[in-house]
Design a protein around this ligand. Structure first.
Ligand SMILES: Cc1ncc(COP(=O)(O)O)c(C=O)c1O
Length: 367
């Protein structure tokens, strides 16, 4: 039997080992170490942001971002329902309420045209989350934010290296966040980043990431922070990954292109968009949607598992999350998110996936 093809495998073939060895040889293993600064300045350059703060994961980055921009109990944050729970948790843990927007059936991103009617006196921010490799349409979103004087949080976890109208993701709005989980375009094992331009906001992020230690009296704390620090060991891996980002993006686009080549014309699935008016798909994952009502994502994923292929379901919308019922609207009207959740899943999409495997996965799917 041929080997199981997992949904993702990280590529650690560059300077990762060398830089880790350097950490061990020099003793820099905590969050104070040269690779942290290298990773932060590298990502500032990549995203054209002024400040970057490495943190322990992307969920922590969101929590830090939401609090740092001043979201308080009673506030509302408009955000997609079709996303990872980390986005809603960050809002809820700040004591605020998420207000959900349905997904666009084609791009799978939040429908920007649905945002404005949801704005109330309590709305303080919009959270834009780029989904699976296509960006949110940022210009109209930023226009709405400006009109109503709202903050914008950009979750760019899935689109490191992607651009919107030529401008790098991670550079939009007041604050952006990244994740470096192993399926991301840059991994540190576990890790994340907060990116900002404003100096005062940067100070708040820096302080809150590190327990808000006192400036003059170290152990006297004026505010509540977290220990969200990243270690120099993790950053060492990240720096090696960042060196290969252009290559990684090229590979991801090639994977997407090959899947399209094998699956185009297949009646059973809707394939991801190749591009929109403002971006070319970066294929963080290659998501597909079953068109057959009698064969939902679970049916296909079981079939693929039996055939030795790993897959993952699409996100489960926030408004249906059992854990979030007390924070969810009474009336649900998110048909597109519910549909893509029921019928959508993604194929192996990791950067190490070779041409032969893409062909095998495609044959197992439609053969
Ligand atoms: C859009 C998005 N935001 C946030 C996260 C959370 O990142 P982490 O797993 O590093 O906490 C993820 C994780 O996959 C994600 O896809």
């Amino acid at each position: 039997m041929s080997k199981f093809i997992p949904v993702n495998e990280p590529d650690l073939s560059g300077n990762e080992k060398k830089y880790l060895q350097e950490c061990i040889d020099t003793g820099w293993i905590s969050s104070e170490g040269p690779f942290i600064e290298k990773l932060e300045s590298g990502l500032c350059q990549q995203t054209r942001r002024k400040h970057a703060f490495a943190v322990c994961n992307g969920s922590a980055a969101l929590e830090l971002a939401v609090k740092a921009i001043g979201i308080k109990p009673g506030d509302e944050v408009v955000m997609p329902t079709f996303t990872i729970i980390s986005c809603a948790l960050a809002v809820i843990r700040a004591g605020a309420s998420p207000v959900y927007v349905d997904a666009d059936p084609h791009s799978w991103n939040m429908k920007v045209e649905d945002i404005e009617p949801l704005i109330t006196e309590r709305t303080k921010a919009i959270m834009a989350v780029h989904i699976y490799g296509i960006t949110v349409d940022m210009d109209p979103l930023l226009k709405i934010a400006k009109k109503y004087d709202l903050k914008v949080i950009e979750d760019a976890a899935e689109v490191i290296g992607q651009t919107y109208k030529g401008q790098p993701c991670g550079s939009f709005g007041d604050i952006s966040t990244l994740s470096f989980y192993p399926n991301k375009h840059i991994t540190t094992g576990e890790g994340g980043m907060v990116l900002v331009n404003d100096d005062e906001l940067a100070e708040r992020c820096k302080s809150r990431r590190n327990l808000c230690f006192g400036k003059t009296d170290r152990f006297v704390h004026q505010e509540l922070g977290w220990n969200f620090r990243m270690s120099n060991l993790q950053a060492a891996v990240g720096v090696a990954q960042l060196e290969r980002l252009p290559e990684t993006l090229k590979k991801k686009r090639k994977i997407g292109k090959l899947y399209h080549h094998h699956l185009e014309g297949c009646e059973s699935f809707t394939l991801p968009l190749k591009q929109t008016a403002y971006c070319e798909n970066i294929y963080w994952v290659f998501g597909i949607i079953s068109k057959d009502d009698s064969r939902d994502a679970k049916w296909w994923m079981n079939k693929m598992k039996e055939r030795g292929i790993g897959t993952r379901p699409f996100f489960y919308p926030m408004h249906l999350q059992p854990a979030l019922q007390s924070n969810s609207p009474k009336e649900n009207n998110y048909p597109e998110s519910e549909k893509i959740t029921k019928y959508g899943f993604y194929l192996p999409s990791g950067v190490t996936l070779c041409e032969d495997r893409i062909s095998t996965v495609s044959q197992k799917l439609i053969g």
